[in-house]
Ligand binder design. Structure first.
Ligand code: ADP
Length: 266
């Protein structure tokens, strides 16, 4: 049996990474990157854990901004590309660190995107990592096919966490995402419903932000026999901290959103 040298190299590289998780969503703007960033912080709250985030949203990378390190650039060494550390035990790799200018548009066709994803998997020198969270673009595009094929061939993908809002337009696309996972044999670890409700900071009254006609993610998970991992409230502070690139999780540990991230990390 001939073994693809690239796949061997990926398997070697990721042998030092215990858990590899994809974070997926059907639609853009539902909070997939926000969940990835904050799950990263929540996991890294345990100092004994090493956590890494890989952003493969080639055309719209958000992790560098959300983690407050968008002016960094990649350092190359004999061991490979060094990830950028935002905390002692939390690091990130993204195309954002390879661009000259943060407003530069990446106008690439599939093969070039696939080549970069392969290079990230082959060449990033992660070191010993407990959790690698892979932030993806919305939908089921070239990037998804490429990352799933490479990780499955290298035998190193634990599964996917799917993020949705309760809205019908998001759930519709999430069902396609679930179908994609089933067709490509990616285990689905569960679903996170984001912006499930809004908790008023003045009176604590809970309001549904997106009333759903079909019962939101809860009903969808029941029907598809998937685990609903967490329901995250909308929190304007969370959006503000993500925009500023500052850590929300460590600062607002007692907020309902942070508690949800902590329980997701458990
Ligand atoms: P995606 O990765 O799915 O495109 P993002 O994580 O970039 O979505 O989120 C889209 C926008 O919504 C961002 O401005 C983010 O700050 C905001 N956002 C996401 N989740 C929440 C939330 N629970 N509360 C408040 N704002 C949120």
């Amino acid at each position: 049996k001939t073994v693809d040298p690239d796949i061997e190299k990926i398997a070697d590289r990721l042998a030092s990474v215990k858990h590899k998780l994809l974070i997926l969503s059907g639609k853009g703007g539902v909070g997939k990157s926000t969940v990835t960033t904050n799950l990263g912080y929540a996991l890294a709250a345990d100092e004994d854990r090493q956590v890494a985030i890989l952003d493969i949203d080639i055309c719209g990378p958000s992790q560098a901004r959300m983690l407050g390190c968008e002016d960094e650039s990649v350092h190359d060494s004999v061991q490979g590309w060094a990830p950028i550390y935002v905390k002692d035990n939390l690091c990130v790799m993204s195309i954002a660190f390879l661009l000259q200018n943060r407003n530069e548009a990446v106008i690439w066709r599939g093969p070039r995107k696939n080549a970069l994803i392969k290079q990230f998997l082959k060449d990033v020198d992660w070191g010993k990592i407990d959790y690698l969270l892979i932030d993806t673009p919305p939908g089921t595009s070239d990037e998804h096919i490429s990352i799933v094929q490479l990780l499955l061939q290298a035998g190193c993908l634990d599964g996917a966490v799917i993020v949705t809002t309760p809205q019908e337009v998001s759930l519709l696309d999430v069902r396609k995402e679930i179908n994609f996972c089933q067709k490509t044999n990616v285990p689905i670890l569960g679903v996170v419903e984001n912006m499930s409700k809004f908790i008023c900071p003045c009176c604590n009254k809970e309001t549904e932000l997106f009333p759903s006609t079909t019962g939101g993610a809860t009903k969808m998970c029941e029907a598809l026999k998937l685990e609903l991992l967490e329901q995250l409230p909308h929190d304007p502070n969370l959006a503000a901290y993500m925009d500023k690139g500052e850590e929300y999780y460590g600062k607002f540990k007692e907020s309902p959103a942070s508690k949800a991230f902590a329980s997701l990390a458990e």
